[in-house]
Design a protein around this ligand. Structure first.
Ligand code: SIN
Length: 516
């Protein structure tokens, strides 16, 4: 008889999904990997800066841990951060074993600098094509090993049966070819939600449905208010919001306003290398103050050959807009970049649902606290992905998982007023305008009403399973609901009506579906 417990279903093909699939295979399991687009299409692919690990001669696990904790603004779960820093070098060794071609100098892996890291500890590949190199290497290995991988296969729903077995509903992107997989462990590696925001660095597939699907099934989700905004995406009307890596600032580029003034110097002692939330808000304020739609990244002090060798993809992208960063300033503005919260997990990736695990951006391990340190996300996917694979290979029970404060949430909500149809673009616009870099109660409350209306309209249209729009409205609702509840400012979450951190909020906020 087939032992279904040894045939895990992995959903998503970014670094976490591909790596878990490979490790499950190596550990003797028979995983099936499904992904809603092409195997190589994921947020990982677009990661430029790199992947953090304390492998430098002047670095240590303690320093990586301390930097992660400091960036997280009082909310980092220390055991998770300790694990991340400790296991990172070993996971990098795995990537090298699997064939990831990290950049080297004089035969040693080259290490870059990013904001709020006290040492050079960012490994990169192909200059600024780190994510692409990792993604392509892992994908190739998955295919070489003959791991079952189904493209254009969308997870629509998870349900718990009366016997608490998990049933996963899959279909093609058009909702046809419905398939139900019963009683297999499910690993959510579905990535982030950046593309729910109108301005985002993420590919269009990053729409956060993993969170919505888990929440509907009854999972605890946490830290949803912490959406990280990346300070520097390319800005030009009509052009894609292409990421201009923080590593450029690590190499000495400065941020200036339209008058050429370095406005961050007066904001923080680390100026351009201050934590991301500080840089993003300072840019946002500068844009509001000046009425000019962007600020500028000035990398002209770095020699041209160095810029083109270290940042070939960025230079290539900018060339299409006639910008040479060794000569011209780069117009930039902040964008939604990373979902810090997600489906709450323990250190082995267990969620509160039986046999459902999460890792990568969709998971909330607590490792990033309120503000993720740049380049800690790819390594998080590996470190916790490894824990998931080992737990699947040798199952053992975890401890009950809680957050210190948990709100019970109804979904779908019953909206007051006219029941107009909603659209995905509305969700994006509302999140950007009312649940963005700066938030306040009135805007959040009105956004919640709108998400409730859009969700309700989408649920009415729904047939076999919740639609893409209803998942989008729900994830947006959870972000706004958590942002409204947290009446303080901390890390990536800033409330203009509660501008300071408050000790009573030094906790993770959980959201869970109300049971009747
Ligand atoms: C960047 O290269 O600036 C992004 C890196 C990250 O978000 O970790």
């Amino acid at each position: 008889m087939v032992d279904l417990a040894r045939r895990p279903l992995i959903v998503g093909s970014g670094i976490a999904g591909l790596y878990v699939a490979l490790r499950c295979h190596e550990l003797g399991l028979k995983p099936t990997l499904v992904t809603k687009a092409r195997l190589e299409e994921s947020n990982t692919r677009y990661a430029q800066g790199g992947i953090a690990a304390a492998i430098g001669s002047d670095d240590s696990i303690d320093l990586h841990f301390a930097d992660t904790v400091r960036a997280g603004a009082g909310l980092v779960d220390r055991p998770a951060a300790r694990l991340l820093a400790h296991d990172a070098p070993e996971r990098i060794a795995d990537l090298v074993r699997l064939g990831v071609p990290f950049d080297t100098v004089h035969g040693e892996i080259a290490l870059g600098q990013e904001a709020a890291h006290s040492r050079r500890r960012i490994l990169h590949a192909g200059g600024d094509a780190t994510g692409l190199s990792i993604e392509e290497t892992l994908k190739r290995r998955v295919l070489e090993l003959g791991i079952e991988a189904r493209e254009r296969t969308v997870l629509r729903e998870l349900r718990l049966s009366a016997t608490r077995r998990v049933v996963a509903t899959l279909s093609d992107p058009d909702g046809r070819g419905v398939d139900r997989l019963d009683a297999r462990p499910v690993i959510l590696a579905t990535g982030g939600a950046g593309s729910l925001y109108r301005q985002s660095s993420n590919p269009s597939i990053a729409t956060g449905e993993g969170v919505a699907i888990a929440f509907r099934a009854g999972a605890l989700v946490a830290d949803m208010e912490f959406i990280q905004f990346h300070p520097t995406a390319f800005y030009r009307r009509g052009a894609p919001r292409y990421l201009i890596s923080e590593a450029l600032r690590g190499e000495g580029a400065s941020l200036v306003n339209a008058d050429g003034e370095r406005f961050l110097v007066s904001e923080h002692r680390d100026a351009e290398l201050a934590p991301r939330d500080i840089v993003s808000r300072a840019i946002d304020r500068e844009i509001q103050r000046s009425g000019h739609p962007c600020v500028y990244l000035d990398a002209t002090a770095t020699p041209r050959d160095r810029l083109f060798a270290r940042f070939p993809s960025i230079c290539h992208f900018l060339a299409a807009y006639d910008i040479d960063p060794s000569r011209d300033r780069i117009p930039v503005a902040p964008v939604a970049h990373y979902m810090i919260g997600g489906v709450r997990t323990d250190l082995d990736g267990r969620t509160t649902l039986p046999s459902v695990y999460a890792c990568g951006e969709v998971a909330s391990t607590g490792v990033h606290g309120a503000n993720r340190l740049g380049s800690n996300s790819l390594i998080e996917g590996l470190v916790f992905g490894e824990r998931v694979a080992r737990t699947l290979a040798k199952p053992r029970a975890g401890k009950p998982l809680r957050t210190r404060r948990t709100l019970a949430i109804d979904w779908p909500v019953t909206p007051a007023g006219p029941q107009e149809e909603g659209t995905f673009e509305e969700v994006q616009q509302l999140l950007w305008e009312r649940v963005g870099i700066i938030r306040e109660a009135v805007g959040l409350e009105s956004a919640l009403r709108e998400f409730g209306r859009i969700g309700a309209s989408a649920e009415r249209r729904t047939e076999a399973f919740p639609s893409h729009l209803s998942h989008a409205a729900l994830t947006a609702y959870l972000i706004a609901r958590a942002a409204l509840a947290r009446t303080e400012s901390r890390g990536a979450h800033y409330r203009s009506d509660h501008p300071d951190p408050r000790p009573e909020w030094q906790l993770h906020l959980g959201l869970q579906r109300r049971t009747k």
